[in-house]
Ligand binder design. Structure first.
Ligand SMILES: *[C@@H]1O[C@H](CO)[C@@H](O)[C@H](O)[C@H]1NC(C)=O
Ligand SMILES: *[C@@H]1O[C@H](CO)[C@@H](O)[C@H](O)[C@H]1NC(C)=O
Ligand SMILES: *[C@@H]1O[C@H](CO)[C@@H](O)[C@H](O)[C@H]1NC(C)=O
Ligand SMILES: *[C@@H]1O[C@H](CO)[C@@H](O)[C@H](O)[C@H]1NC(C)=O
Ligand SMILES: *[C@@H]1O[C@H](CO)[C@@H](O)[C@H](O)[C@H]1NC(C)=O
Ligand SMILES: *[C@@H]1O[C@H](CO)[C@@H](O)[C@H](O)[C@H]1NC(C)=O
Ligand SMILES: *[C@@H]1O[C@H](CO)[C@@H](O)[C@H](O)[C@H]1NC(C)=O
Ligand SMILES: *[C@@H]1O[C@H](CO)[C@@H](O)[C@H](O)[C@H]1NC(C)=O
Ligand SMILES: *[C@@H]1O[C@H](CO)[C@@H](O)[C@H](O)[C@H]1NC(C)=O
Ligand SMILES: *[C@@H]1O[C@H](CO)[C@@H](O)[C@H](O)[C@H]1NC(C)=O
Ligand SMILES: *[C@@H]1O[C@H](CO)[C@@H](O)[C@H](O)[C@H]1NC(C)=O
Length: 593
């Protein structure tokens, strides 16, 4: 009897272990999530062949629940063969969460992620049912792409006491900069460059503070925008036609108010779970894959213009670098998905806000581009390109300020940004080998605080592809990928700060380095057991200034992964040292003679 019993126990254990938990490091939204005051399932939905068919339902807060904090817990399970997918969550016309999926295995994966939703309190608390839309465009086609995504969204409510100067004070109004299509049961994303990116909005006359929050990410020819080349270089290696995408590796997301630039973002480069090398991102996904970052622009200095009771245009635009344009600014490829929202706090006096001394100090970015083509001349005299090395650097400064009067109170407000960017690439082997050394960094300051906030995003990436002839079923391709990158933030999180969920500066240091060797056979989405190898390491350390005693002060996570498994997984309160991103070991071939 005993062996049989042991046998079935082992079977049980191995079944439980075969569901792989795929994680992203993130600061938990609260010290304890296990004892909510109230809790409800918002939806559970299976995304099969779901292109253009989002989940559409209604959100109503639980009746008679006394709460201040709302936390969403999004979970997903998948099994089979499938690409990574982007997904967006909407309350009406306002996008509140942009996420992406992990890539499944034949034995199944699972993940869950929690996000504090309290900044959207005025949308969430509405007693009129709020339309909730979750779009996850997935494809199931017979026996090739078989992975469904089963998604569950749960809401947890806590009655936290906020102890900041003004307690908890979420924005009174939130307006969408989107296509505003929820009445048609669809999401409201702008697809750039095709769509207008414009919404005309009328703000309350007594607006005291206004902040625009923007989500933007590149898809298709724009997914790896940071590895793109200036358009005139896409045919550098004619034997590898279609491999290089154009419009440069520089992108600027812009906010324009009545046609005038109000602020920019030089975006964080997201690597999705199918990105560069699908073997590199399991069981630890790339930084921010489950919660794509938004960025905020304080438009309070514009209130003199915006509080006249008339509609004003808020436009979102994405531009690239063009070597031949006078100001360097050029178009982009297809496509960027963008949306925004304007968070508005009003003054209790009810009087119209006025402003004087409105100043805009905005210069075009300055660019420096230095290309070097390596060539070889055959005995016949034929010249071919053997390498393409280039550096592109850019900087920009802008500042908008005014003196705002709300009621009897006057204050000087400003939005100021200094951003810089450097992108160095070397392409060899017809660009099948590509190395990238990129750093995007900057500072900003807003009307929230005198503190200057700063960020640095270094990324070193090398990939070497071997692609056999089309139609090959045995080892049609492989990729060696090395990536070492960090995300370092220090400063004020503008929306949580104005909301009162954060009362001071925050600091985040995270680094991820991965070496992966991936071989696909019949489809690129599935690797080859026995040939694939992966080693990775992740450091995450944060310190936060929560507005409530139930909030997290500091948190760390260190993990090490090997071949689809975590071999070290250490998380807890308190910070840890995070080593800096390092140059990659030399992986190019020998210099050619
Ligand atoms: C929109 O979605 C809601 C919620 O699922 C549903 O009740 C309604 O019938 C849908 N409207 C249309 C036009 O499909
Ligand atoms: C999130 O939801 C998943 C699935 O329902 C559940 O397993 C997990 O415990 C939840 N996490 C929290 C913090 O509630
Ligand atoms: C997804 O849900 C369906 C229907 O409930 C179920 O048959 C399937 O096993 C689920 N898939 C996963 C990976 O949990
Ligand atoms: C709803 O769909 C119809 C038909 O496609 C379209 O004409 C209309 O503009 C859409 N409305 C919104 C608000 O997106
Ligand atoms: C915004 O207003 C302008 C001027 O009235 C108008 O031309 C434009 O079509 C409007 N755009 C949208 C998206 O409503
Ligand atoms: C070498 O690269 C340059 C720049 O992309 C291109 O104009 C030229 O045609 C290439 N030469 C060959 C022989 O492919
Ligand atoms: C941007 O740079 C200018 C000039 O160096 C400086 O005066 C300003 O304080 C900087 N702003 C921020 C937000 O760092
Ligand atoms: C693909 O790789 C798997 C090993 O992971 C192997 O079992 C299978 O036979 C391969 N398929 C083809 C068509 O080579
Ligand atoms: C990550 O970087 C550290 C050096 O800080 C190095 O020791 C380690 O081997 C690297 N891991 C991988 C998988 O590249
Ligand atoms: C491409 O990279 C691979 C892997 O590092 C290396 O073996 C090969 O020599 C490189 N080829 C060239 C032309 O640089
Ligand atoms: C680019 O890589 C090639 C091949 O490894 C090498 O010969 C060349 O020196 C590299 N260029 C630069 C500027 O590093």
């Amino acid at each position: 009897m005993k062996p049989l019993y042991l046998g079935s126990l082992l079977l049980f254990i191995s079944h439980a272990q075969s569901i792989l938990e795929v994680i992203q490091a993130a600061t938990p939204p609260r010290l304890d999530l296990s004892t909510p005051t109230c809790k409800q399932y918002v939806f559970t939905h299976e995304f099969g062949n779901s292109y253009g068919s989002p989940y559409v339902g209604y959100y109503i807060p639980p009746p008679d629940c006394v709460y201040s904090t709302t936390i969403f817990n999004l979970s997903a399970a998948s099994r089979g063969r499938q690409y990574d997918r982007l997904a967006t969550l909407w309350l009406g016309d306002v996008e509140v969460w942009r996420t992406s999926t992990a890539m499944p295995t034949q034995t199944g994966i699972h993940w869950s992620f929690q996000k504090d939703m309290t900044i959207w309190d005025s949308l969430l608390r509405s007693q009129d049912p709020q339309k909730i839309i979750f779009e996850l465009n997935n494809i199931i086609d017979g026996d090739r792409y078989t992975g469904f995504f089963n998604v569950t969204l749960e809401a947890l409510y806590f009655d936290d006491v906020y102890e900041g100067k003004d307690g908890l004070h979420p924005a009174e109004y939130i307006y969408a900069i989107s296509t505003r299509s929820s009445s048609n049961n669809t999401t409201s994303l702008f697809s750039l460059p095709g769509d207008s990116g414009v919404a005309n909005l009328t703000l309350p006359r007594n607006t005291r503070t206004a902040v625009v929050s923007i989500m933007a990410s590149g898809n298709a020819a724009e997914e790896f925008w940071f590895t793109n080349v200036p358009t005139e270089y896409i045919n550098t290696f004619p034997e590898n036609e279609g491999w290089l995408y154009g419009y440069s590796p520089f992108r600027e997301v812009q906010l324009l108010i009545d046609g005038q630039l109000a602020g920019v973002s030089w975006p964080f480069p997201i690597l999705f779970t199918g990105g560069v090398d699908p073997g590199a991102w399991r069981p630890i996904v790339g930084i921010d894959a489950y919660e794509l970052p938004s960025f905020e622009i304080d438009v309070t200095p514009w209130l003199g213009v915006l509080t006249d009771g008339e509609p004003h245009s808020f436009a979102l635009r994405v531009v690239g670098y063009d070597t031949s344009a006078k100001d360097g600014i050029g178009p982009i490829g297809e496509n960027w998905w963008v949306s925004g929202s304007v968070f508005v706090w009003i003054s209790e006096t009810g009087e119209q806000t006025t402003a004087e001394n409105f100043e805009r100090d905005i210069l075009s970015p300055s660019f420096d581009f230095q290309p070097t083509l390596g060539t070889r001349t055959a005995e016949s005299g034929t010249v071919t390109n053997t390498s393409f090395y280039y550096t592109l650097t850019a900087t920009r400064s802008l500042r908008v300020s005014s003196k705002i009067t709300t009621g009897r109170h006057s204050r000087l407000v400003s939005w100021s940004q200094n951003v810089s960017y450097s992108n160095i690439q070397n392409m060899t082997d017809s660009a099948f080998n590509q190395s990238l050394k990129m750093v995007s960094s900057g500072t900003y300051s807003s009307s929230a605080s005198n503190l200057v906030s700063r960020y640095t995003y270094p990324m070193n990436l090398f990939s070497a592809y071997k692609v056999q002839s089309e139609g090959a079923t045995t080892n049609p391709g492989s990729v060696l990928c090395l990536v070492d990158r960090s995300k370092l933030n220090d400063g004020i999180s503008i929306l949580p700060f104005f909301t009162g969920t954060s009362v001071g500066p925050e600091s985040l240091k995270t680094r991820q380095n991965v070496t992966s060797n991936y071989h696909w056979n019949s489809t690129i989405v599935e690797g080859t057991v026995g040939l694939d190898t992966m080693d990775g390491e992740l450091w995450f350390s944060s310190s936060v200034s929560p507005g409530t005693r139930s909030g997290v002060q500091s948190y760390h996570h260190y993990a090490k992964e090997k071949d689809d498994a975590l071999v070290v997984d250490d998380e807890g309160w308190g910070t840890i040292p995070v080593p800096s991103t390092e140059p990659l070991p030399v992986v190019e071939g020998e210099p050619e003679v």
